[in-house]
Design a protein around this ligand. Structure first.
Ligand SMILES: Nc1ncnc2c1ncn2[C@@H]1O[C@H](COP(=O)(O)OP(=O)(O)OP(=O)(O)O)[C@@H](O)[C@H]1O
Ligand SMILES: [Mg+2]
Length: 244
């Protein structure tokens, strides 16, 4: 469903070439959650942005649902839903419903399809009582749930979640985690980045540890524990990063 082949991203930084992602390859199957784990600046968001077609790889290929991310970028965008943590980018002066509707239209959905999806997603996220309120007054958690609904209004096959629980309290994080599990049950293909190793352990089937753009380790979670002779992903991560 999602394949990266030898993907490299070089930025120009202070008149010098800077390799943010180097020779990265992985694939994610339908119904699988794949974790991208790394310290700050490791290259996770850059990878997500290349898959989302906002950045072009300097070298290598990305294929999403059979479409090439450079040659067929419009089709790739139809297949993916992207959620970046941190700033949610919602329009504060619009209501939750208006924010979600706007994205639905951008994705070519008709009013009927938009209304059905809003009905379904507001049920999933407990957004019903909030739909017609302006987002500016929302808590961090409500904003994040609205952003989730907006990111997947077009029911995409592939979902990119970049630190989706960043800044959320325990209850709001749990709701997001439950939702990601539901997406998996629905057979979605999910790439997840997180700094929370418990979350990775709970959600991911496989993971890849990236540092300074380089792949240090990848495989099923069990496989990573075996490779590092550790008992938890947190321990494995620290051991791998410190060895580097
Ligand atoms: N547009 C850009 N121009 C130049 N350098 C960039 C650009 N975008 C990202 N970088 C650099 O690429 C590196 C990887 O950044 P990236 O945002 O992908 O890291 P990350 O793994 O998402 O980190 P974090 O955990 O902090 O979100 C960083 O050193 C960053 O400064
Ligand atoms: Mg990031």
């Amino acid at each position: 469903m999602l394949t990266l082949d030898n993907v490299t991203k070089v930025f120009r930084k202070n008149d010098k070439n800077f390799v943010a992602v180097e020779d990265l390859s992985f694939n994610i199957n339908k119904g699988e959650i794949f974790g991208l784990i790394g310290t700050n600046g490791a290259g996770k968001t850059t990878t997500m942005r290349m898959i989302a077609t906002t950045l072009k790889p300097t070298y290598g290929q990305i294929n999403v649902c059979g479409f090439d991310s450079v040659k067929d970028d419009a089709n790739v965008r139809k297949c993916i839903g992207v959620l970046y943590g941190g700033d949610t980018g919602l329009y504060d002066r619009l209501t939750a419903r208006e924010n979600i509707e706007y994205f639905g239209r951008l994705n070519g959905l008709n009013d009927d399809a938009i209304n059905k999806q809003i009905e379904y997603l507001s049920e999933v996220f407990g957004l019903k009582g909030y739909l017609d309120r302006r987002c500016g007054s929302f808590s961090r958690g409500m904003k994040q749930k609205t952003s989730f609904a907006r990111a997947i209004i077009h029911n995409p096959q592939v979902m990119l979640f970049d630190e989706p629980t960043a800044g959320l309290d325990i209850l709001a994080s749990e709701e997001v985690i439950d939702f990601i599990k539901q997406c998996k049950k629905l057979g979605k293909t999910i790439l997840l980045s997180s700094h929370n190793m418990q979350e990775v352990e709970e959600l991911c089937d496989r993971a890849l540890i990236i540092d300074h753009g380089k792949t240090l380790c990848s495989g099923t979670l069990e496989n990573i524990l075996q490779q590092t002779n550790t008992n938890s992903i947190k321990e494995a991560f620290i051991k791998i990063i410190k060895k580097d």
